[in-house]
Write a protein that binds this ligand. Structure first.
Ligand code: ATP
Ligand code: MG
Length: 510
């Protein structure tokens, strides 16, 4: 891609004279801070956005890519930052959506089903062609997105933050699949903020910042510090300083909580723990071991049908969300697009959506104080370094990481007593990750209780004062001190290979 410039209709310059080159058969990382222009550059390559100027060459030949069909015709496929699958359809139906048999072209369902199975086996990503997408795990959905573009003939694969939603185990599987594809001559462009993953997987890295290329590097010759310096433009502290924990009274307690589910085994099986003010309690686990049910039950979004959850001395019940929030619970949801924001509203509206009766935003006569709202929104945009023209733009025009920052700003600004942080740094750049982690520690130091659910083991080990590991709907371990605990150890509990004594867990989980 040569001298690519992209100006969006609203005047935002997302790419400025960017030149980006990838070799056949390499895995090339594309990285840089939130809003740097990575997704935009790749949408241009995939024909979803038109460059304002610049040219694209494949094998030295200039090509004209006007839409994704053109791109696929040239062997370029993209897996988006947010999944684009239809949950109610099967694996096969999703694959052939848009290329179904029409006037003798395309493929019919029967042969598609066989193709999906065969391709899955060939590339080590087999999925049952008849399964409904809603029944797939996140890792399997990711596989399906990749299969979909492979079947459409892609030789150059663009993956936009594919591991942001994966567990460490799933990431390992994905990397093996990608390396396998590379060895078969495929070319992979890998967008990511995670330096360790980039190191493990990629041959080279291109960094962009403020829409401009900031260099191309082989990964052997550059340190993490230098990489983050080039991405963010300043030194980034990759580990957080944490003062001694000053644990206060109980804020949240769960007693023998059960979520039965539809199967014969309960999804949550008599879970008990206490979370105190001034502490960060981490929860580790491979996805699907009860973490989501636990978070849903605590936040009032989902049911529980045994035991009791107490927050600020009152019982949490499903659907009671407004009261729960009013009594001081903040929630950073895992899925920002469906639970975190309202995509049709502006940045400011999303930021104050939970504060409609906040006295800060009303004048004496009870009228809405737009000045107050704007000032608040500007302050948040500033504090959280949210990249947008102003608060009035639609939140959907923000980059993925910046949308996450809006959610954080809203949730952390209402002085919660308890914050449920589910994957808080997913998809945010190294600079913002540092900021968010510091903020969580600062909130804890001012007495807030933090429940941290994360698939990033470094994050859990770096932030938690105590750490619970979930396996099969129960706790497999509880560490009241993290001295000497490492990812390897956690991994064994997460996979059910090790288990602590029940009494010991119950004691330290209180
Ligand atoms: N459809 C759009 N209309 C207007 N502006 C947009 C649109 N899409 C993106 N932008 C803006 O273009 C800039 C680059 O966004 P882009 O999504 O390419 O960033 P990114 O590098 O992928 O960031 P992230 O790491 O957060 O995903 C941002 O300022 C963003 O707000
Ligand atoms: Mg992006």
């Amino acid at each position: 891609m040569k001298n690519i410039t992209k100006v969006y209709p609203n005047g935002v310059v997302a790419n400025r004279d960017v030149t980006f080159e990838v070799n056949t058969g390499e895995i090339h990382a594309l990285s840089g801070e939130n809003g740097a222009g990575k997704t935009t550059l790749m949408k241009i390559l995939f024909g979803e956005e038109k460059p304002t100027s610049g040219s694209i060459l494949i094998g030295g030949k200039e090509v004209d890519i006007r839409n994704p069909q053109d791109a696929l015709g040239l062997g370029i496929g993209m897996v988006h930052q947010h999944f684009m699958l239809v949950p109610s359809l099967t694996v096969t139906e999703n694959v052939i959506l848009g290329i179904e048999k029409r006037k003798g072209l395309g493929i019919d369902y029967r042969s598609a089903e066989k193709l999906v199975g065969d391709m899955g086996r060939k590339y080590n990503m087999y999925l049952d062609p008849k399964t409904k997408v809603r029944d797939l795990s996140v890792g399997q959905k990711q596989k399906l997105e990749i299969l979909k573009i492979l079947i459409r003939g892609a030789r150059i694969l663009i993956l936009d933050e594919p591991t942001a939603v994966l567990t460490p185990q799933e990431t390992g599987e994905l990397f093996a699949e990608l390396k396998n594809l590379r060895d078969q001559g495929f070319t992979i462009i890998f967008i990511s903020h995670k330096l360790d993953e980039i190191r493990e997987l990629c041959d080279r890295i291109t960094i962009i910042r403020h829409g401009e290329t900031k260099g191309v590097f082989g990964l052997e010759g550059i340190t993490d510090e230098e990489l983050s310096q080039r991405m963010i433009g300043r030194d980034v502290q990759l580990t957080v300083e944490k003062p001694e924990c000053r644990r206060g009274g109980a804020v949240l307690s769960a007693k023998e909580v059960v979520v039965s589910g539809d199967g014969d085994k309960p999804l949550l099986d008599r879970i008990s723990f206490t979370l105190h003010s001034g502490e960060i309690l981490g929860i580790a686990g491979v996805e699907g071991n009860g973490q989501s049910q636990l978070v849903d039950a605590i936040t009032g979004i989902g049911p529980y049908d045994g035991g009791e959850i107490l927050f600020s001395d009152s019982t949490i019940r499903q659907g009671d969300i407004r009261r729960i929030r009013k009594s001081g619970m903040g929630y950073i949801p895992e899925d920002r697009m469906t639970l975190g924001i309202s995509p049709s509203l502006s940045v400011t509206e999303n930021m104050i959506a939970d504060k409609i009766d906040d006295p800060r935003f009303f004048s004496k006569g009870g009228f809405i104080d737009n000045g107050g709202i704007d000032a608040f929104s500007r302050q948040m945009i500033d504090d959280y370094a949210i990249l947008c023209q102003n608060g009035d733009v639609s939140i959907s025009s923000l980059s993925g990481g910046n949308i996450q920052k809006v959610v954080l700003a809203r949730e952390m600004s209402s002085n919660p007593k308890l914050i449920i942080a589910n994957q808080p740094t997913r998809g945010v750049d190294v600079g913002a990750t540092e900021f968010i982690r510091r903020k969580l520690v600062a909130m804890r130091d001012s007495g807030c209780a933090v429940l941290l659910v994360s698939s990033d083991l470094n994050e859990l080990l770096g932030l938690s004062d105590r750490l619970l590991v979930m396996y099969g709907g129960r706790f497999a371990a509880c560490f009241s001190s993290l001295a000497g605990v490492d990812g390897q150890t956690l991994g064994r509990y997460m996979l059910g290979l090790d288990k602590q004594d029940e009494d010991e867990i119950s004691r330290s989980a209180m």
